[in-house]
Write a protein that binds this ligand. Structure first.
Ligand SMILES: Cc1cc2nc3c(=O)[nH]c(=O)nc-3n(C[C@H](O)[C@H](O)[C@H](O)COP(=O)(O)OP(=O)(O)OC[C@H]3O[C@@H](n4cnc5c(N)ncnc54)[C@H](O)[C@@H]3O)c2cc1C
Length: 403
């Protein structure tokens, strides 16, 4: 594809949220079809999502069948008409293959396959042109392009590591201590190994199950007691039940706390909890709740781990399922933009306007960074849909445009 000099809208990232945005945009205005491009180094839609699901051998989604990138909430169920065994109770959670096939169909039906320009955006420079503000995107291919609007949909945030990781003084092979994003169960042989998994979210459950299947014994260590929840945030956050009060709250710090409380760290689904307890009963797993690592050192090909409760353990590997953190001040693409469009920042989250723009700009942000407006589900598929309801009108209605 030849890169044009100028476009109306650049969407950065080709993940689930960006795909949701494009279908919602085209549903409202097909004339926008020629006006936007999506940038992602992975060249195609949803590569990162699919790789994570494959690497962690995740059999089905956590969210129900109504959450997907198409504007019609029933579309996935219709698509699954002859594949009901791939919808998992409760709430018909779609199997991974079903969801991926469905997204493929969405991309085909909305003619989006050739909308991804294969490049990483490495810098965004706000520029003034004939007294109008524009953005110049600098790509890792060396090319540049001018765009009137930007939607930042780059996803997962910055990897979060516990403090003790920085204090490891011994050298160790990089594959012996990894963040969950770097683990690929399909490339490992773990027979007879002991693995420490840190973290209480569903990801640690998936990794524990995968490692046990590969012949390892797993210790799951969690700071708090494991929590059992069907979804990571209560579905009341998808509608007025909780959002009415959330949006009435004008204190941004209070909103931030409400988001933290609603997510309350990680949680396990009841079916995962059942499998983990079963593994613990069978002796392939130790669940060590309310325990934290004080210190770890790599010695004689093993991790020597000391915990705050005084216990000592040895492991072959450590996996950190400790999540990611959303922080605009650390986002490499936002530094120049925030200088020109000063924005209040609350514990790393930007205070966006009601259309999810940095104030007085045509720079939109969706995903976890939009949580002060969208609420605790901002990073999820459902949150992506809510973000579209705010972003799309500002793009298609001239009266709402920020010039
Ligand atoms: C393992 C896992 C399972 C999940 N399961 C569910 C679930 O069942 N239901 C649910 O609602 N949510 C789930 N989530 C949460 C959330 O829906 C996903 O994280 C989802 O992928 C978020 O979509 P996204 O588009 O914001 O980010 P991503 O899917 O991460 O996409 C971001 C894209 O941006 C690209 N990108 C990044 N930087 C640049 C750059 N500088 N230039 C160009 N492109 C760039 C990346 O290559 C990537 O393709 C899950 C998350 C994980 C990690």
């Amino acid at each position: 594809m030849k890169l044009p000099n100028y476009i109306d809208l650049a969407i950065i990232g080709a993940g689930v949220q960006a795909l949701t945005l494009t279908t919602h945009l085209l549903q409202k205005s097909t004339k926008h079809y020629r006006k936007f491009l999506v940038f992602d180094p992975s060249q195609t839609w949803l590569r990162q999502w699919q790789q994570q699901f494959a690497a962690q051998q995740i059999p089905y989604l956590r969210s129900p069948a109504v959450h997907h990138p198409d504007p019609n909430p029933h579309q996935l169920r219709t698509f699954a008409e002859h594949r009901h065994n791939e919808l998992f109770p409760p709430y018909d959670r779609p199997g991974t293959k079903l969801f991926n096939d469905f997204c493929h169909e969405v991309i085909r039906r909305w003619k989006l396959a050739d909308k991804v320009y294969p490049a990483k955006v490495i810098q965004i420079l706000p520029i003034e042109r004939a007294s109008r503000s524009r953005f110049q995107l600098v790509l890792d291919t060396g090319e540049t392009i001018i765009t009137r609007r930007v939607v930042l949909a780059t996803g997962s945030g910055k990897v979060q590591l516990p403090n003790w990781v920085e204090k490891i003084t011994s050298d160790y092979p990089s594959d012996k201590l990894c963040h969950s994003q770097q683990v690929n169960l399909n490339q490992l042989k773990l027979t007879g190994e002991r693995i420490l998994i840190v973290g209480s979210g569903l990801t640690s459950g998936h990794l524990a199950k995968g490692a046990i299947n590969l012949g390892a014994t797993v210790t799951l260590m969690t700071r708090k007691q494991l929590q059992e929840k069907i979804f990571d945030a209560d579905p009341g956050w998808l509608g007025p039940k909780y959002l009415k009060n959330f949006h009435a709250q004008t204190g941004w710090y209070i909103r931030y706390q409400q988001i933290q409380q609603a997510r309350n760290g990680g949680s396990m689904t009841p079916d995962m909890m059942l499998q983990l307890r079963k593994a613990a009963h069978e002796g392939t797993m130790i669940i060590n709740e309310c325990c934290q690592v004080r210190n770890a050192q790599w010695q004689d090909n093993l991790w020597q781990v000391h915990c705050h409760d005084g216990s000592r353990h040895e492991f072959n590997r450590i996996w950190l399922a400790t999540g990611t953190k959303f922080n605009v001040t650390e986002h490499p693409l936002l530094q120049d933009v925030l200088e020109i469009y000063p924005t209040e920042i609350v514990n790393g989250l930007p205070v966006l306007d009601e259309h999810l723009r940095l104030p007085k700009s045509n720079f939109f942000i969706m995903g976890g960074l939009a949580a002060l407006q969208i609420g605790p589900v901002a990073r999820n598929i459902g949150g992506g849909k809510m973000a579209c309801q705010r972003i799309v009108p500002a793009i298609v209605k001239p009266s709402l445009a920020s010039e």
